[in-house]
Write a protein that binds this ligand. Structure first.
Ligand SMILES: C[S@@+](CC[C@H](N)C(=O)[O-])C[C@H]1O[C@@H](n2cnc3c(N)ncnc32)[C@H](O)[C@@H]1O
Length: 246
């Protein structure tokens, strides 16, 4: 089981996302666990203050270091290992991707720290092992990135996805985007499902899907195609598509 300890000042933010669909099932099956730690519970003063004005002036509030340090101490005191990875969510971090998700899915315990306001006091960075960003944009808090990470990481834990939801053919698993998918009806508003998918010819279907996967990756994310490990057959398909990667 992978246990996520999420440090947040808004634990209620997580209520519904963790109680529906695949994450709900994963928690019920004991494949993942999510413990929400309210940073405010570790605030010592009588107003339970978790933020304060920035030294040097400027707009906004900064999250105080003491409640975050003490919340991490608390998690370390109730868990097996004191060597767990501690992730700070920040727009300044390394941009999250499927590779990082897969790597994190191998851990037993993870601490995720959600910032808010202008972010956390810089000294919190002495506590952490990873600083992760969801992308080059600024959110109001780390709760949405935390949920995105929990979701993406959980998909790599055996048993979390049913066999019909397998992660094997998804976008990024082999460095390419996934091929297009169709379901019933065969024709809708004059738009037909490609004939090959109705043919029952597995070899032709596999070739069609690989060709489309290469084509879509070239059109939408040429950066991925340049890095992907391509087989001789892929190179042949690219030639058929008139795609030259040189
Ligand atoms: C308004 S942001 C703080 C931004 C910070 N002042 C800066 O400019 O780097 C508040 C919190 O939201 C979270 N956050 C915002 N954007 C994020 C992103 N792209 N990825 C991960 N976390 C993000 C972080 O936890 C951050 O501490």
């Amino acid at each position: 089981m992978l246990k996520f300890f999420v440090l947040t000042i808004f634990p209620e933010f997580f209520e519904s996302p963790l109680h529906v669909s695949i994450l709900k099932r994963a928690i019920e099956k004991g494949l993942i666990g999510v413990e929400l730690i309210n940073i405010r519970d570790f605030a010592r003063d009588k107003h339970r203050k978790v933020d304060d004005y920035p030294y040097g002036g400027g707009a906004g509030m900064v999250m105080k270091p003491e409640p975050i340090f003490e919340a991490v101490d608390y998690v370390n005191s109730v868990t097996k290992s004191s060597k767990k990875r501690i992730i700070l969510l920040s727009p300044q971090g390394k941009i999250f991707n499927n590779e990082i998700a897969k790597e994190l899915s191998k851990e037993d315990e993870l601490i995720i720290i959600c910032g808010h306001y202008e972010g956390v006091d810089e000294r919190v960075k002495t506590l952490i092992t990873d600083e992760i960003s969801l992308g080059d944009f600024v959110l109001t808090g780390g709760e949405i990135p935390a949920l995105a990470i929990i979701d993406a990481v959980s998909r790599f834990i055996p048993g979390v996805l049913g066999s019909d939801e397998s992660a094997i053919n998804e976008s990024f698993t082999d460095g390419l985007l996934e091929y297009p998918q169709y379901t019933r009806p065969e024709e809708y508003r004059g738009l037909r499902v490609p004939e090959v998918l109705l043919s029952g010819n597995h070899r032709e279907i596999a070739l069609f899907r690989r060709r489309e996967s290469l084509r879509l990756t070239y059109e939408k994310r040429p950066d991925l195609l340049k890095k992907a490990k391509l087989t001789e057959e892929d190179k042949k398909l690219l030639k058929e598509l008139n795609i030259n990667l040189e």
